[in-house]
Design a protein around this ligand. Structure first.
Ligand SMILES: Cc1cc2nc3c(=O)[nH]c(=O)nc-3n(C[C@H](O)[C@H](O)[C@H](O)COP(=O)(O)OP(=O)(O)OC[C@H]3O[C@@H](n4cnc5c(N)ncnc54)[C@H](O)[C@@H]3O)c2cc1C
Ligand SMILES: *[C@@H]1O[C@H](CO)[C@@H](O)[C@H](O)[C@H]1NC(C)=O
Length: 389
């Protein structure tokens, strides 16, 4: 990138950051004032005990919704927030490819939930450690206990990785199990002489370059089904990623898929018939929106790609479901490459919209994707990275 274009980009980003400040201030202030007003005016839930606002999933989208909502709601006993989440800790996904390779840092992926919620929130927040198994228009049922929880408002923040394993998601709910899985993966990488990595998104590219950097004598092959790695991003990042891989000595095979894996020899066979001998095959593909909960009861609210259809206010875009919201990777928000920053921005709008709804006003905060939210810092080995789109 030329110096001029780089300077222009930095200026644009600066403009984006400065431009976002009023939004953040407005959202925070409006959330707080909405909360105070509601304390005086809300007439819901008077004699029936508190009304439930249920948040399903507490990762980037759900956890951010919860923390903004806690500040926005009146703490007068009329509403309470229930967070349904099977994991014991927040999983910081960005670190996973690296901690699949380098040893000794894996526990840093697991961040305790409690300490980061606003003070005093334990009064009206209940954690339900488990899975939401099914939905109706106004209840959610918990798989592990069978408990049926009624709700006035619901937030679906179930993401796009429920079935996935390392390196895209941990594939375990308890921290101890997650740490053990990461350590087992590190050992597998260390013990394998020939690695095949399937999938040239961020997880695959980062894992391949880290593995080849730490263990230069291993053979590392990256297989990707498109004609460029990082295909959701712009051409400059695609080229930089390819160069980073090749400079480190990773063999990159494009426009290919794995069709089978020989359980005895470990060799993988590609669609073209080509066989690659390997000791370890790491699957970095398969993210898909976890919309099954809603799909089971309102299939019209789920797109062909499996995303939950939402209005710009992030309310589910289907008849009679405006008290249900979706945000993050599971929602059809038009974000080009699903990312945590967009998920958190959406979560802020969801929290404010629920605060408005609770007050009897129309949810009016809208979310629109912005190119700068999709900026990624891509690592290409243990030193050196690329910040691009
Ligand atoms: C390797 C990797 C690197 C990344 N790096 C970046 C980066 O650098 N920058 C960036 O912005 N983004 C990055 N991302 C993308 C980012 O991780 C996702 O966009 C983000 O995790 C989406 O957040 P989410 O809250 O929508 O969903 P998720 O993080 O997928 O979380 C969904 C949550 O819902 C819970 N859940 C699912 N189903 C149920 C159920 N039935 N009941 C209860 N709970 C349920 C899950 O346990 C989980 O906690 C990266 C992703 C990967 C895989
Ligand atoms: C990788 O995982 C996804 C999701 O679980 C699956 O659909 C796909 O078949 C797997 N691919 C390989 C090569 O194992």
């Amino acid at each position: 990138m030329s110096l001029f274009r780089k300077s222009l980009l930095i200026l644009k980003l600066l403009g984006f950051i400065l431009g976002s400040i009023p939004l953040h201030i407005r959202q925070t202030l409006s959330a707080r004032s909405i909360g105070k007003l509601t304390a005086a005016k809300s007439k819901d839930g008077d004699d029936k005990g508190p009304l439930n606002i249920v948040i399903v999933g507490a990762s980037f989208a759900g956890y951010t919704t919860a923390s903004f909502l806690i500040s926005a709601l009146p703490q007068d006993g009329r509403y309470r927030i229930l967070i349904v989440e099977p994991r014991s800790h927040f999983h910081f996904t960005w670190t996973l490819p690296r901690f699949c390779v380098i040893q000794g840092h894996e526990s840093k992926t697991f961040i305790p939930y409690g300490p980061f919620l606003p003070k005093g929130s334990d009064q009206f927040v209940r954690w339900v450690q488990g899975h939401a198994a099914s939905l109706t228009r106004d209840t959610v049922t918990i798989r592990e206990t069978g408990e049926v929880i009624p709700f006035a408002h619901l937030v679906l923040a179930t993401g796009s990785g429920t079935e996935l394993q390392l390196p895209s998601r941990v594939g375990a709910n308890a921290k101890a199990d997650g740490v053990a899985k990461l350590q087992a993966m590190q050992d597998s990488v260390k013990n394998a002489q020939r690695l095949v990595i399937v999938g040239g998104g961020a997880a695959g590219v980062e894992l391949a370059t880290d593995a080849k950097h730490l263990y230069p004598s291993k053979t590392v092959t990256l297989v990707h089904s498109r004609d460029a790695v990082m295909h959701r991003f712009g051409p400059e990042l695609q080229a930089a990623a390819l160069k980073g891989l090749q400079d480190r000595g990773v063999e990159v095979i494009l426009n290919e898929r794995t069709v089978s894996e020989d359980p005895e020899t470990g060799a993988v066979t590609l669609r073209s018939g080509r066989k690659i001998e390997c000791d370890l095959c790491v699957n970095c593909t398969g993210q898909k929106p976890a919309s099954g909960l809603l799909g089971g009861f309102a299939p019209e609210a789920v797109s062909e790609s499996g995303h939950i259809l939402v209005k710009p206010t992030l309310q589910v875009d289907a008849e009679g479901l405006s008290h249900i919201y979706a945000c993050g990777d599971v929602a059809n928000t038009g974000v080009r490459n699903p990312n945590a920053r967009s998920a958190m921005k959406q979560a802020m709008s969801v929290a404010d919209n629920i605060a408005l709804a609770v007050k009897g006003q129309k949810p009016s905060l809208t979310y629109a994707p912005h190119w700068a939210d999709c900026l990624i810092k891509l690592t290409l080995g243990l030193v050196g990275s690329r910040s691009r789109f």
